[in-house]
Ligand binder design. Structure first.
Ligand code: SF4
Ligand SMILES: [Zn+2]
Length: 366
């Protein structure tokens, strides 16, 4: 495809993303700004041991990128989780305190994952003052050995990384960045991500200078790819993650979220989330491709449901449970001896699904 056609295609996707976002901004409800949007605790691998990880989604205005002209990523509805009014610093601190209170009797080691429906390091969502106070509260809790913070790469600056390291001391710190794909065309066109691989590499270098790791979020099956194309893209991305120096790979199969381009396509029968068989294969091959010190984790949202990664309905539960065990143990043998009559159908699709929707879009341009 010529670069002119790529540009046109990019523009079509951008406009479709904006249009699918429709009234997401207007539909955001006003919320109690002293309460987090969500928090949950699960078993989690923390360094070489298994502990408890608490994920916290702060109530904020939501992702600046999605609120802006770009319209956000093709699969993401996080904007709907935001609030119409920005919380004050005190309210953000209260949000964190209320989650910490629930952990008062929890035994360590603990991991804390700081999320917003966007980027925790974006000062348009969480001010410098609130961020500093929250990091200070963590620094005073000796049970917390790991902190994971989610952000787009443009907010990974030298000054902020220095602040994190200085406040959090020797704790393991990771910045979770949605790389999604190592292929600029897949990330730019299929996902409308709005940054390139070079931006991701720069963020890794800056973080590494402060002994801070990067957790790469890798997407399985963005729209406009066939099952086979998606499988190949994800495997290539995981292999490249190893070369790029990420510290963890978090594999996320696309789930169909409200008011997204993915939902529009899904509603028209033009998109199906990945098969669990594809996910199992990617996890097995991905694990083999990564060095031992890089964890490959996966907690598929809506796994086994029609809006999430799924198979035939009969084998889904068992496979999702094996994936959870694999994430904790990193033991690929947990993904062996799985079988079902739907596997042959999946293999047929992998082999024969014909033309990707990306090519259809290209035809429309002629
Ligand atoms: S995936 Fe991240 S960057 Fe993209 S719209 Fe959602 S929150 Fe924003
Ligand atoms: Zn099955």
């Amino acid at each position: 495809m010529t670069s002119k056609n790529l540009e046109i295609l990019q523009q079509i996707i951008l406009e479709a993303s904006r249009s699918s976002r429709r009234d997401s901004i207007a539909r955001r409800r006003s919320k109690d700004l002293t309460q987090v949007h969500a928090s949950w605790t699960t078993d989690s691998k923390i360094g070489d041991t298994v502990g408890r990880a608490t994920s916290i989604v702060f109530t904020t205005l939501g992702c600046s990128y999605a609120r802006g002209d770009a319209g956000g990523c093709t699969m993401c509805s996080y904007l709907l989780d935001g609030t119409e009014k920005a919380p004050t610093d005190e309210q953000l601190i209260q949000q964190f305190q209320s989650v910490l209170n629930k952990q008062a009797s929890a035994e360590g080691p603990l991991s804390v994952k700081l999320y917003t429906s966007g980027s925790f390091l974006d000062e348009g969502e969480v001010s410098k003052g609130a961020r500093g106070a929250i990091l200070n509260m963590i620094s005073q809790d000796a049970r917390i050995l790991e902190v994971v913070i989610e952000s787009r790469p443009e907010y990974v600056t030298d000054a902020i990384m220095a602040e994190l390291r200085q406040t959090l001391g020797a704790r393991r710190i990771e910045i979770g960045i949605g790389l999604e794909s190592s292929n600029d065309s897949v990330r730019g066109i299929c996902i409308n991500k709005g940054f390139n691989l070079e931006d991701f590499k720069i963020a890794i270098t800056i973080a590494r200078d402060h002994n801070i790791g990067v957790r790469a979020y890798v997407l399985l099956k963005p729209p406009f790819l066939t099952e086979r194309g998606a499988y190949q893209d994800t495997i290539r991305t995981i292999q490249q993650c190893s070369e790029l120096g990420v510290t963890t790979v978090s594999l996320n199969p696309v789930n169909v979220q409200r008011n997204t381009l993915v939902e529009t396509l899904w509603g028209q029968g033009e998109y199906r989330p990945a098969w669990l068989w594809t996910l199992v294969q990617v996890l097995r091959e991905g694990r083999a491709a990564l060095s031992k010190d890089i964890d490959l984790v996966c907690d598929p949202v809506a796994g086994g449901k029609s809006r999430g990664v799924h198979n035939c309905g009969k084998c889904d539960k068992k496979i999702v449970s094996r994936i959870s065990t694999f994430s904790l143990t990193q033991d690929s043998s947990k993904l062996e001896d799985l079988d079902c009559e739907c596997k042959s159908q999946w293999m047929h699709i992998l082999e024969h699904e014909e033309t990707s929707l990306l090519v259809h879009s290209d035809r429309r341009l002629r």
